[in-house]
Design a protein around this ligand. Sequence first.
Ligand code: SF4
Length: 330
Amino acid sequence: MRDALQDWFERAARPLPWRDGRRDAYRTLVVEVLSQQTRIATVEARLPGFLARFPDLATLAAADLDEVLAVWSGLGYYRRARALHALARAVVADHGGRLPREPDALQRLPGIGPYTATALAAQAFGVPGVAVDGNVRRVGARLLAAPDPSDREVRSALTALLWGDEPHDGQGAFVAEALVELGATVCTPRAPACPECPLRPGCRGAADGDPTRYPAPRRRTAPRPWTLHAWLVVDRDADGGAVVAVERRADRGPWAGLHGPPWRDEPPPDAEPLARFVHRLSHRTIDAHVWRASAPPEDADVRWLAAADLAGLGTAEIDRRAFALVAATR
Ligand code: SF4
């Protein structure tokens, strides 16, 4: 079955830019971290810019976090950028600047979970293993005809199917990537293309006649509402140029370390409304109000930046939408 999977992968895998046969551990790491919760088209578009600015682990480790966040701007899930930066520093400090090869050691690094550790070890170092993400979980659930298998059950079912016992060296390092690709392109959520699937002979879900019953849908919790108010304060510097009050967020929460106008739970007093929009996070729906304020909140620790310099900051999408209104305050 492993040979069939390999044949299929070599024939049918999408020609993504990072599938050029090079086993560059740093580039594989960046691709894996970027790919978490980001569409492949976006990863393809943003990868060259990130690698141009941070071409290797040592450069990334030596950079300021603010600069990393600025290059990451617009990609969302900024904890990934913070963790990647912390990981680079940990590898330089504790591993002589080289990523460790084994999944267990990789998993002890900041931001690396079981999936990324296995995928990275396989793709960068040829260590065989089954990395279970959402795509692979779906494949495993259908192979087992199981509505809600654990990651361990998925891993052991796929291991038994592909190796017979434990993953072993030799052919097999491609497996982690091939299974993710199979889930993304063949064993899709609503319309699995079973006749094209190299795992079809071992699939109980397909044999049952309706593999889309597996896995059972998970109950989603509805995003919680949250109302936030941006205090957009624009002043003039000594030369008459516009300067904007900018706050760097504390090192916790979804936007830790990013810059924006001060956001508070309350609107500024006697303020002029500029805009209101809905901003969605995975677990929150934000009712965002942007106000023209005459002064920052008393508790804010702001810097004053020229309007033209705002584009170079690490900002979240919600901040960029607020800063886009600076022109409206003049
Ligand atoms: S045979 Fe069909 S259901 Fe089974 S793993 Fe392949 S695509 Fe998925």
